[in-house]
Design a protein around this ligand. Structure first.
Ligand SMILES: [Zn+2]
Length: 200
C-alpha cells in the first residue's frame, strides 16, 4: 500500500526509520542527518540527506543498536520499490495520466513535481520545520511549527509538536493547528488497514 502511494518517491521503511530516529535523537546537533543549521543552503542539506539515506539503504552505514528494529522489512517490495525501473515506470504512469486528462499544455509543467514529490516534501519539511515559525514546547532544539495552516505539507510542518510528542499520530496540538492526515489515519485505523498506537 505504501509502495503504491509513494510510487516514484518510494522510501525504504528500514532506511527511513534509521535516519529519522537519528534525526530525533540528535535534533539540530552536529549528528543530526538533516538539520538546516549545519548546511549553507537547502540543496547541500538534501545532498547530505540523500547520501545518508542511500548509505542506510545499502547498509554501508552503521548506527546505534537502539535505533534498530521495529520496522517492516519486505525484501521483495523493498528491492523493487527502490529500483530505477520502478521509479521510471511510475514516472511513465504519471505522464500517461497527464496525456489523458490534462486540458492545458502548462499542466505538464507540474510533472517534475510529481516525479520528485517525496524529496521536495522532505526538503521543505526538514528545512522550514527546523528554521521558521513559532514554538509551543521547549524541546532543546530548533524545531518549529512553521504555519498554523499546514494543509499543503499535510501536517508535517508541525515539527515542534512532533518532536515533543514523537509517538502521536496527530501533529496538530492547539485548536488552530489542523493536521489533515490525522482523520484519514483514524479512518484507516477504523477500517483495520493500519493500527494506531495510543500516544504517550
Ligand atoms: Zn524534525
Amino acid at each position: 500500500m505504501a509502495y503504491l502511494c509513494e510510487g516514484a518517491s518510494f522510501l525504504n521503511p528500514r532506511a527511513y526509520a534509521l535516519m529519522h530516529r537519528e534525526h530525533h535523537a540528535y535534533s539540530d546537533t552536529a549528528k543530526d542527518p538533516h538539520s538546516p543549521h549545519f548546511f549553507k543552503d537547502i540543496f547541500q542539506m538534501m545532498n547530505y540527506t540523500i547520501k545518508t539515506f542511500g548509505d542506510y539503504l545499502k547498509i554501508t552505514r552503521n548506527t546505534e543498536a537502539r535505533f534498530k528494529g521495529n520496522y517492516p522489512e519486505w525484501p521483495f517490495i523493498d528491492r523493487i520499490g527502490s529500483s530505477l525501473l520502478s521509479r521510471l515506470l511510475f514516472g511513465a504512469a504519471y505522464t500517461s495520466f497527464y496525456i489523458l486528462f490534462a486540458t492545458h499544455w502548462w499542466m505538464f509543467l507540474l510533472l517534475p513535481i510529481h516525479f520528485l514529490m517525496g524529496p521536495i516534501h522532505g526538503a521543505i519539511v526538514n528545512w522550514c520545520g527546523h528554521k521558521y515559525g513559532y514554538t509551543n514546547f521547549d524541546n532543546k532544539d530548533k524545531s518549529k511549527n512553521t504555519t498554523p495552516f499546514d494543509f499543503l505539507m499535510l501536517g508535517e510542518l508541525f515539527q515542534n509538536n512532533h518532536h515533543k510528542h514523537p509517538n502521536s499520530a496527530n501533529f496538530g496540538k492547539r485548536w488552530f493547528e489542523i493536521d489533515p492526515v490525522y482523520p484519514i489515519m483514524r479512518l484507516m485505523h477504523w477500517m483495520r488497514i493500519i493500527k494506531l498506537r495510543k500516544a504517550f
